[in-house]
Design a protein around this ligand. Sequence first.
Ligand SMILES: C[S@@+](CC[C@H](N)C(=O)[O-])C[C@H]1O[C@@H](n2cnc3c(N)ncnc32)[C@H](O)[C@@H]1O
Length: 435
Amino acid sequence: MSEQLELPFKEILAPQLSSITSKSFNSSSTFIDNMKLPVHRWFRFSAGFSAQWVETIINQAKQKGEVIVLDPFAGSGTTLLASEKLGIKCYGVEAHPFVVRIAKAKLLYQTDADAYLQYTKNVIESTEHLQACVDKYPKLIHDCFSISSLESLDRLRQSWEKLADDSTQSQLVWLTLVSILRHVSHAGTAPWQYILPNKRKQSPLEPISAFQLMAESMATDMRIAQKTANSVANIIQSDARTCQGIPDNFANLVITSPPYANNYDYADATRLEMCFMQEISGWGDLQSAVRQYLIRSCSQHVTNKNVNIDEILASPELEPIKSSIIKVYHQLSEERHLHGGKKNYHLMIACYFFDMAKVWLALRRVCKTPAIVCFVIGDSAPYGVYVPVIEWMGLLAQAAGFKSWEFVKIRDRNVKWKNRKHRIPLCEGCLWVHG
Ligand SMILES: C[S@@+](CC[C@H](N)C(=O)[O-])C[C@H]1O[C@@H](n2cnc3c(N)ncnc32)[C@H](O)[C@@H]1O
């Protein structure tokens, strides 16, 4: 079975990829299409990829035998939901404590829709007896909501908390509340996850109506998705650098998209929601609440104090790319002095690849031999210094024990806008690793 999976990589998967490059594959690295799909659309996670594209990959692999999927950077659960739809066993690993909760709640779509709706009604009803208390919310929350919206949201939050139990309905209602925040906020939010309090939306929704609308739409999705329900996916809060909790030789197909080395701060991406749910009081809490668990892919993550750079650059994990990463590290250390922000990209790049080397070692442990690994990935050029992410990633995969790699480009990046910060052409695509 697993031998069969190795062969078709070139003959089936790769031609398949090139044949769909023009349309469906172009959107494989974006979440936009998922906003039309039941359950996927419950939370807009801009960093996600397309579920339909995941299904295409799984269906191709399925033709040749049993497939067991792993997504070590599961995010909002796209790969897991796509696998469930196809009845394919799948495990996901996600380290972001808030994002993993979103994915877990989405995977509860098999809950009885009427029981869920009744729970949402109970939550709304119990708001009537509650006194709103908005003073305790941080400035960001006050910047994003009018006082009346915030009072209404606060009553919903308190009511959810009061009724909270271990039921699946309770977890789904948590997601309902979290999902409406950006619709209710008058601050600009989309398409990027960050919040823009100075940009105002024309007509944000009123909280109770937004909550009811979201509940109706989630219940409808539950009924649709339940028709093809297969409880075969599971997500754990763990670290892709160890894949702790995933058995050895588990998967023969990995479909994932790791954080890119492009300074996107996944911790900051859920700051609005976490502040509202009073899990953090602001940006300053993100390091201890979230960032510390994640791949070091943003400059805020790394400082001279928390990184022993000599140790990292001398580590055996970076051996396969040592001379080239040291060169880039020095270029970035010099370049930063020419820029106002003096960002720690030099530390970020070293730590990012050190972390990713560990991911490849962990993947070797949890993957069968042979297996196929598909990484949706992009290269990067912080401060205009080109980082050959794809090549380095391939070399680290091989050093971890995989046989070979190949890159199939999806699209060019950084070629469109005149005001871009640097003019190094970048791209995004699939790194296919097998062996
Ligand atoms: C590109 S996103 C994946 C999105 C996913 N494909 C989806 O459709 O929702 C990368 C994810 O990796 C997660 N992540 C970062 N560091 C991690 C780590 N050490 N272990 C597991 N997940 C991690 C981030 O929180 C983020 O959710």
